[in-house]
Design a protein around this ligand. Structure first.
Ligand SMILES: Nc1ncnc2c1ncn2[C@@H]1O[C@H](COP(=O)(O)OP(=O)(O)OP(=O)(O)O)[C@@H](O)[C@H]1O
Ligand SMILES: [Mg+2]
Length: 401
């Protein structure tokens, strides 16, 4: 079983790269599904399929060639399948507040429901061993990174809040009916949440197991895109998901000599050099800008060849965590593997929200989460192969107590 997430900013080429990878892996003989949350049905367009086919299929997988399926989730269908009771309670509540019934139903789709639906499918496919390979064409970063925190948040909710809420609702419901018209959720609602939780159980372990799941960040050699990719890199690291490659899409090929593009070319060169500093030691796979849109099987096959050449796309191209960030009381410790390096060779500087590590001619940038970036007392120490950078936080005098 192998799961690969393709994540990145809007329009960078996630759907094309996921589809191309799917084609190559399926041709190698692995039973593969490419899943997407995209409401625009781009997967179907990229494979040049009839959209009507997808609508009829109601968000279930469709076979596109030997060993290859595509699945574009349909949130309305998902609601009927998994969210019935939960959705009913909330749309009822919104409807009570005077909203039109149709609007209330629409609004009762919460942010996160789509992502949870995706996780439900992943877990189902993993449990039932439906496919050998699951490829995920993620929604653009920014909106979608939330999904990686869902399993832990839900776990917390179930352990700390859920039982309590359910019990309170049970005792308060008869009383509440006398004083207010606003319905408290009945026990079906709680049962539905419990069932959902049961179906999600274990998916968090699957996501952080580098033997099964890796993330590939798709990006372009443009400043704004790279900044967002750096941010995504940080979040996946924080949630301990293994990033095993950066796919640098839309590089202008050397054959472009027209003076109109000279600034683009220079800018891209500069950004490519910077990207190596941001993402090192995770490997970067360069992909050229094609001469036209990538639509249909043949172009996708070409794209896959550019990305992977002779490599097996299922390989884990980088196995270690690029860095770890550990909270220790009020301090944060960043732990980074730097073999063959001694402390005197390392030079650290912090610029705004970035930590810059220089070792001779080599430079590495690490974007820091906001709560760490605001701490300005920084110390560093080499311990064995690891560089430990400590960001000292305000302990509000706790240490003296
Ligand atoms: N290397 C490339 N050369 C030429 N065109 C490309 C390349 N990569 C992607 N494209 C084109 O760019 C457009 C956007 O690509 P794609 O749909 O794969 O991006 P996306 O990241 O999935 O976008 P969204 O965030 O909107 O889902 C498509 O028309 C695709 O054919
Ligand atoms: Mg897309």
């Amino acid at each position: 079983m192998r799961i690969i997430f393709f994540a990145g900013k809007g329009g960078v080429g996630k759907t094309s790269v996921s589809a191309a990878t799917g084609i190559k892996v399926a041709q190698m003989g692995h039973k593969t599904v490419v899943m997407s949350l995209d409401v625009a049905h781009s997967l179907a367009d990229i494979f040049d399929l009839d959209r009507g086919l997808l609508d009829k299929n109601k968000g279930q997988p469709i076979g596109v060639s030997d060993n290859l399926w595509i699945q574009e989730l349909d949130i309305q269908e998902e609601i009927q399948r998994y969210w019935g009771e939960i959705h009913m309670y909330f749309s009822g509540l919104l409807n009570m507040s005077g909203l039109d019934e149709v609007l209330a139903e629409e609004l009762a789709v919460f942010p996160g429901m789509e992502e949870v639906s995706l996780l439900l499918y992943i877990n189902k496919y993993v449990r039932e061993k439906t496919y050998d390979v699951i490829l995920l064409d993620c929604a653009p970063t920014g909106e979608s990174l939330r999904f990686i925190s869902i399993p832990t948040t839900l776990d917390w909710y179930m352990k700390k809040i859920f039982k309590w809420e359910r019990t309170v609702a049970k005792y308060v419901r008869p009383l509440a009916k006398r004083v207010t018209d606003i319905p408290l959720p009945d026990d079906n609602y709680f049962q539905a949440i419990e069932d959902l939780f049961e179906k999600l159980k274990g998916v968090d372990q699957v996501l952080v197991d580098p033997e099964i799941t890796t993330v590939r960040l798709v990006t372009n050699p443009e400043k704004v895109v790279l900044k967002e990719t750096q941010r995504a890199f940080m979040y996946f690291c924080l949630y301990k998901m293994n990033i095993d490659a950066i796919i640098m899409n839309r590089i202008l090929p050397e054959t472009v000599t027209d003076s109109y593009f000279s600034n683009w070319l220079k800018g891209q060169q500069r950004n490519l050099a910077e990207a190596a500093e941001f993402f090192n030691p995770v490997p970067i796979f360069p992909v050229n800008l094609f001469s036209g849109e990538i639509i249909g099987y043949d172009y996708l096959r070409d794209l896959a060849d550019q990305i992977y050449a002779d490599r097996n796309p299922l390989e884990r191209f980088y196995k270690e965590e690029p860095y770890q960030l550990i909270k220790e009381k009020s301090n944060y410790r960043l732990k980074l593997k730097l073999p063959f390096v001694s402390k005197k060779d390392v030079e650290l500087s912090k610029m705004y929200e970035e930590l810059v590590i220089r070792i001779g001619g080599f430079k590495r940038h690490i974007l820091l989460p906001r709560q760490v970036a605001s701490l300005n007392t920084v110390t560093a120490k080499m311990e064995g192969e690891y560089l430990n950078v400590v960001f000292k936080g305000d302990d509000h005098g706790r240490e003296k107590e």
